[in-house]
Write a protein that binds this ligand. Structure first.
Ligand code: CDP
Length: 216
């Protein structure tokens, strides 16, 4: 019997439904949920807190070398703590959203994140969402999904959450960076969920996973 952790990789641009669907899928399958965007947001927030200029690559890299951050799992969700603190609400501000693509483009940051995200497998089977999970963090997993929805719908979803943000600008920066850009991983199943409810989308993905898991 294969006892290695099963990794479900869910990638896609902003407001493509990754978080909602990944949570639903993790709950339904009883797997641990990992929001890697929250990890990058936490580092961006930490830099802002300390007055570190997020556009200065070497300054951000130094913070990443020195910060006291640890991963814990609480009720099936992985959390990144900084100095023992979980900045759950603080990382969702517009200021952090604007800072995070700069932090996320720093090669040392991506290296740190890759080590720690791969280490999440110690928590068991995972549903991990982000931008480079299928292409870079767990390229070996056979369970890869790329979620998308048309730009107008994604912008609407974000505004419905009460957030005013230029998503296209952030997506463009995420897609154009040199290290581990947002892209469709080789072998990923593309799921366009425009006009669908999260229940419909997650049910489609779960059905695919269950088919693929037969005979594992
Ligand atoms: O919620 P939303 O989809 O807008 O963003 P998020 O998943 O919270 O990710 C915030 C930012 O973190 C992204 O715009 C990327 O700059 C960065 N990120 C990344 O580079 N790689 C990941 N695996 C996840 C997030």
């Amino acid at each position: 019997m294969n006892t290695a952790p099963i990794i479900i990789a869910i990638d896609g641009p902003s407001a493509s439904g990754k978080s909602t669907n990944a949570r639903l899928i993790a709950r339904k399958l009883g797997y641990t949920y990992v929001d890697t965007g929250a990890m990058y947001r936490t580092l961006a927030w930490h830099c802002l807190q300390r007055g570190v200029p997020v556009r200065e690559e070497s300054a951000v890299a130094q913070v990443c070398r020195e910060w006291r951050a640890e991963l814990v799992c609480v009720e099936g969700h992985v959390r990144l703590l900084v100095d023992g603190y979980f900045p759950e609400a603080e990382i969702r501000t517009a200021e952090v959203s604007a800072a995070v693509p700069h932090v996320a483009a720093v090669p040392e940051v991506r290296h740190w994140m890759k080590l720690h995200q791969r280490d999440c497998a110690r928590f068991g089977h995972l549903v991990m969402e982000g931008r480079d999970i299928g292409s870079n963090i767990f390229p070996e997993t056979p369970y890869k999904f790329y979620l998308d929805a048309n730009p107008a719908e994604r912008q609407r979803r974000r505004e419905a959450d009460g957030v005013q943000e230029n998503l296209a600008a952030r997506d463009q920066k995420d897609s154009q960076r040199a290290v581990a850009p947002l892209k469709i991983a080789e072998g990923a199943r593309i799921i366009d969920n425009s006009g669908e409810s999260p229940e419909q989308t997650s049910a489609r993905i779960i059905a695919e996973i269950q088919r693929a898991l037969v005979g594992r």
